[in-house]
Design a protein around this ligand. Structure first.
Ligand SMILES: [Zn+2]
Length: 274
């Protein structure tokens, strides 16, 4: 992977603190009302909270109930929640993610052939229900996550991506550069809901942390868990590799909340390198 120098220089100064940030008092819930961010909102103890008629994560802290909502990278200026059937628009703040230009030698991974497109479609149909799922039980370490592997951050969340000069979807996770074979662990507890070898993502593991919060680890060289396994935070799930659309070994980690890919750093424990 060749990253143009300008993009690299921008990456080195890119931090999530550059985004809008309004810390809620006395608890660690993230509140970054930007595309790719997370909104935490105090709500009444009773009543249903929905986004696009689907339930969202709710949690109780010190007697106060909160709704915690992922904001899609495609979101524009408003997100409309429904609380007890009543519309509650949430204004989003502007945030411009940087561009990243990548050269991929295997052009088939940039402009897939027709039979590749069939495979990509089938894989999309496997992954989408996982991202849309909502299981009742939320793991207690859901907002105290640990990094699934260690190494320098090599590509930030949200970058507007160009592969061989062609615009593609923004970077929906974070990349950690690490040698092939290095351990990958579960960032938080949950259930392994999908494993596979995907066209773009390579060998991947999906963990359901509960209430619509899903992690995906990809480009793995080895998978050590199977669908249905219950994993604890820190448990070995596989090893770093470069399978799928990757030209060097690294871990790509996506976090999805209510089917919106959000910045995983927003849910990391305070002692984790940001
Ligand atoms: Zn990545």
């Amino acid at each position: 992977m060749t990253i143009k120098k300008t993009a690299l220089a921008l990456l080195s100064v890119f931090t999530i603190s550059a985004g809008a940030s309004t810390a809620l008092p006395n608890h660690p819930l993230p509140n970054h009302p930007i595309a790719g961010g997370i909104i935490s909102l105090p709500i009444d103890n009773e009543g249903a909270v929905t986004l696009n008629d689907k339930p969202v994560l709710t949690t109780q802290i010190d007697g106060q109930r909160y709704a915690v909502i992922g904001v899609s990278l495609k979101a524009e200026d408003t997100l409309t929640l429904k609380i007890d059937g009543e519309e509650q628009p949430q204004l989003l703040e502007d945030f411009a993610y940087e561009e990243q230009h990548i050269e991929i030698k295997n052009t088939r991974k940039v402009n897939p052939q027709k039979n590749d497109m069939d495979r990509i479609g089938r894989e999309y149909n496997q992954m989408t229900p996982v991202y849309q799922s909502f299981s009742a039980e939320l793991t207690p370490d859901w907002n105290q996550m640990i990094l699934p592997t260690t190494g320098p951050y090599s590509s930030a969340f949200g970058l507007k991506r160009f592969f061989n000069g062609q615009a593609r979807n923004p970077h929906s996770g974070i990349d950690i550069a690490a040698p092939e074979g290095k351990n990958i662990i579960a960032p938080a507890g949950g259930t392994v809901v999908l494993t596979g070898d995907f066209f773009f993502n390579g060998q991947s593991v999906f963990i359901d942390h509960g209430q619509g919060l899903i992690s995906m680890m990809c480009h793995m060289s080895r998978i050590d868990v199977k669908e249905g396994d219950i994993v604890q935070q820190g448990e070995l799930i596989g090893a770093v590799g470069k399978t799928g659309r990757a030209t060097g070994p690294h871990l790509h980690w996506t976090v999805s909340l209510n089917n919106a890919r959000v910045n995983p750093k927003l849910l990391l424990k305070a002692d984790q390198p940001k």
